[in-house]
Design a protein around this ligand. Structure first.
Ligand SMILES: Cc1cc2nc3c(=O)[nH]c(=O)nc-3n(C[C@H](O)[C@H](O)[C@H](O)COP(=O)(O)OP(=O)(O)OC[C@H]3O[C@@H](n4cnc5c(N)ncnc54)[C@H](O)[C@@H]3O)c2cc1C
Length: 380
């Protein structure tokens, strides 16, 4: 395929995260494109970046813990070209008002610890919840959904406070889908996810990206923010920058939640799981002891990271989570931007901020594979 310079078609990829990285690799591997990847940050791997911390010397996830879990076996196969894996079943505990900690998502042990009861089995837990739940045939928001499973008190303690901190919203204003991601447990299972594949890259995400982007047809430029003047130098742009920012907020900004990370070193950590949730009303949502994640190294407590959710304007414009509300106004606003984007024949918006959707890593990979393969076909 010849591009505007009569040479191989030249493609610009904005953002070296999963969305951009996969497209870069696929186009390069087709031997028909010269690919330039830019990122405004000083590293590849996007939000999955997991370098060694200069102070602790051990690995950590700079933008918060990234746990790989999926039922999509072709995506695992695809990524296995660039990494080996280690099995890892994620577990989380919540710190209760009585100072004890208990599994999250709520299971039998959580109720026993919180109420000081001795529910003997799954049936007794179901019976207990039957006594407190607030039935609702078709829940219209997260609050109705959670109260219909756990009742008012548990819904507020384990989800209401967390949601207010995490999203800056009331549960009644959030759609069911946001909280329905978490499995509902009645027995003793204390795993956080139910997916078939719960694994972590053996040498970390950064190593995975180094291999994925290691191709003679890929040129990487870090510390390089997108500017419109770049467009004329390329035949096509795949763009994972925030779509509202690209269009100068023509329809108003899209709402995002962000997180500040507070690092503490040499702090005692008494839990046997890497991440604990706070159920109180203080500013922190969770803390993570990196040494308990596979491949991070170090000693437990060497490096503990606290998370403080905030607006992205308060955090250097770092947009992490697209926001969903019951009335759906952010998604309607996004659609206005997506319509405008259709007029740009030579640009495809990709990824979490380009498509304004919360992708887990495997979803970002799957979506980018489809986009790359269609593009290769359409230009063949
Ligand atoms: C706090 C947090 C925790 C998460 N935990 C998990 C998890 O446990 N499991 C899971 O599967 N997924 C998790 N995710 C989601 C995961 O990070 C996403 O699936 C992944 O980031 C999507 O990749 P992306 O390429 O769309 O975005 P990103 O990884 O954000 O990459 C986009 C890149 O584009 C760059 N960029 C943006 N604008 C510009 C510009 N103007 N010019 C140049 N470069 C630009 C950014 O610097 C960034 O590096 C988490 C996300 C967050 C925020």
């Amino acid at each position: 395929m010849r591009g505007i310079y009569g040479e191989l078609m030249r493609v610009l990829i904005v953002g070296a995260g999963f969305a951009g990285g996969v497209i870069a690799r696929e186009l390069a591997a087709s031997n028909r494109f010269r690919v330039t990847v830019i990122d405004k940050r000083d590293h590849i791997a996007g939000n999955a970046y997991d370098p060694l911390h200069p102070q602790s010397g051990s690995r950590y996830h700079k933008y918060g813990p990234h746990i790989f879990h999926t039922n999509n076996s072709p995506i695992v196969d695809y990524l296995s070209r660039f990494t080996d894996w280690v099995p890892y079943q994620h577990k989380v505990r919540a710190i209760l008002p009585n100072g004890l900690s208990a599994p999250m998502p709520i299971n039998r042990a959580t109720l026993n610890s919180h109420y000081g009861v001795e529910l003997a089995d799954e049936q007794e837990m179901k019976d207990f919840l039957d006594g407190v739940r607030k039935p609702c045939a078709s829940p219209g928001n997260a609050l109705e959904y959670l109260q219909s499973i756990y009742g008012e008190e548990l819904a507020e303690l384990f989800f209401g406070r967390y949601t207010r901190k995490m999203w800056g919203l009331e549960m009644a204003d959030m759609p069911v889908a946001v909280v329905a991601r978490l499995p509902v447990r009645y027995g003793d299972d204390d795993g956080y996810f139910d997916d078939q594949f719960q694994i972590m890259p053996a040498q970390g995400y950064l190593a995975l990206f180094e291999r994925m982007l290691d191709h003679p047809a890929i040129d990487i430029r870090l510390d390089t923010a997108f500017s419109r003047s770049m467009e004329s130098q390329f035949d096509h742009v795949f763009n994972s920058m925030p779509i509202d920012e690209y269009f100068d907020n023509a329809f108003g900004p899209l709402p995002y939640r962000s997180i500040k990370f507070e690092h503490r070193f040499d702090e005692p950590y008494k839990y046997d799981v890497p991440t604990v949730n706070f159920t109180d009303t203080e500013k922190y949502t969770r803390k993570t002891a990196w040494a308990l994640y596979p491949g991070c190294g170090g000693e437990v407590g060497d490096h503990v990271t606290y998370e403080i959710p905030c607006s992205y304007e308060d955090n250097n414009m770092e947009r992490y989570y697209p926001i969903k509300t019951v009335d759906g106004w952010p998604q309607r606003r996004y659609k206005q931007y997506a319509e405008l984007a259709k007029e740009r024949q030579n640009m495809t918006f990709i990824g979490r901020c380009g498509q304004y959707v919360y992708y887990d890593m495997h979803q970002a990979v799957a979506n980018s594979l489809v986009i790359a393969r269609k593009f290769i076909e359409s230009t063949g």
